[in-house]
Ligand binder design. Structure first.
Ligand SMILES: [Zn+2]
Length: 305
C-alpha cells in the first residue's frame, strides 16, 4: 500500500459548534500513515486505537485533530470489504428491530425511510418487511453490492452529503453508528433535515464518550478505534441537532445484541478458538448487552422559514 502521510488535516475550529478554544485530549497511538480499510471496517478489532484527539472547551466535542482528509477517508471506505458484518445479521436485526419499532412510535404512518450508511441493507430489509419504503446510501461498494444481491435493495454508493436526494421526501432518516465516522457532522445532520418531510423524524445512534462503561473501560473502551473521528457527549449532540434544526423527542441508551461467537472473537486470547469450526454453535446464541454506552435519539425536523 502506498504511504498515506499526506492524509492528515489539522482542525482550526470545533466541527460541531465552531468554537476555537481547543485543547489536546488524547495522543494518537497508531501510525496514521499505515491506515488501511481493514482498520476502519465495521467489525474491526482495533480497540483502544485513536487519532490525536482535541476537545472543544465550548461544547465538549472530542474529535480527531489532525484527522484524515475527506478524500483519503472516502478512498479507504470505498475499499471496505467486511463479510463478518453480514455473518452477524441475526444480532444486528435484533438491534434494528428495536430502532424501527421506536421510529414507528414517533411516525405511526411509516412511509419513506432513508438509511445513512446502509451497509449491507439489513435495517432497510427489515424496514421494508414492516411496511416502510426503503432507500439509502453507503460508501462501501462491496456492502451496497450485498444489499442488492442478498436483499434486492437499491442503495446509492457514495457520500451522503454529496448525494443528490430530493428535499422534503422522507418520513424518517436513520443514522445508526455513522456520525462518529464523519469529520464534518454538521453538513450531514443538515442534509438529514433537508431530505425529511416537515415533522419527519431522525433516529441517531452514536457512542457516549462520558458513559459509565466508557469511563470503566478507559483506554480499552471498544468505541475507541481508528474509524471513529468524533466522540459526542450529550452537550455536543444537543448543539449538533439544534444547529441542524431538530427537536429531540426521545433520548435512550442503546442496547446491543451480538452472538456469543462474535463477542468472544473480539477478545484476543479467544479469537482463534471462537473462529474455529467447533465453536460455530456460538453463532446461534444471542446476547443482549445493555452497556448503555451509546445514545439512541429520536428527533423531529423543526420547521423554519
Ligand atoms: Zn464545540
Amino acid at each position: 500500500m502506498e504511504t498515506r502521510t499526506d492524509i492528515l488535516v489539522p482542525a482550526t475550529s470545533c466541527p460541531v459548534c465552531g468554537g476555537r478554544d481547543l485543547s489536546a485530549w488524547k495522543r494518537a497511538n497508531f501510525d496514521a500513515a499505515r491506515l488501511s480499510s481493514a482498520h476502519i471496517k465495521i467489525t474491526d478489532s482495533e480497540y483502544g486505537k485513536v487519532w490525536d484527539l482535541s476537545r472543544c472547551r465550548r461544547c465538549g466535542h472530542i474529535f480527531a485533530d489532525p484527522g484524515p482528509s475527506p478524500a483519503a477517508l472516502a478512498a479507504l471506505y470505498a475499499e471496505v470489504v467486511d463479510p463478518r458484518y453480514e455473518e452477524e445479521a441475526a444480532g444486528r436485526s435484533q438491534n434494528f428491530l428495536r430502532l424501527l419499532s421506536r421510529m414507528e412510535k414517533h411516525r405511526p404512518g411509516k412511509g419513506r425511510l432513508f438509511d445513512v450508511g446502509a451497509a449491507t441493507g439489513i435495517l432497510l430489509d427489515l424496514a421494508r418487511r414492516r411496511g416502510w419504503d426503503p432507500a439509502g446510501v453507503e460508501v462501501s461498494s462491496w456492502a451496497a453490492g450485498v444489499a442488492a444481491e442478498k436483499y434486492g435493495l437499491s442503495v446509492n454508493v457514495g457520500d451522503f452529503v454529496e448525494t443528490d436526494i430530493a428535499r422534503d421526501r422522507f418520513d424518517a432518516v436513520a443514522m445508526v453508528d455513522i456520525i462518529e465516522h464523519l469529520a464534518r457532522p454538521v453538513p450531514a445532520a443538515v442534509k438529514a433535515r433537508e431530505i425529511l418531510k416537515p415533522g419527519g423524524i431522525l433516529c441517531l445512534v452514536t457512542p457516549d464518550i462520558h458513559s459509565p462503561a466508557a469511563r470503566m473501560a478507559g483506554p480499552r473502551w471498544w468505541h475507541l478505534r481508528p474509524g471513529h473521528l468524533a466522540y459526542f457527549s450529550l452537550r455536543s449532540l444537543a448543539v449538533l441537532l439544534g444547529r441542524a434544526g431538530f427537536r429531540v423527542l426521545e433520548l435512550r441508551r442503546y442496547a446491543w445484541t451480538f452472538s456469543a461467537q462474535y463477542l468472544l472473537s473480539r477478545l484476543p486470547p479467544l479469537r482463534a478458538w471462537a473462529d474455529s469450526g467447533p465453536a460455530s454453535f456460538l453463532r446461534s446464541i444471542p446476547i443482549k448487552l445493555a452497556l448503555g454506552d451509546s445514545f439512541e435519539i429520536y428527533a423531529e425536523k423543526v420547521n423554519r422559514d
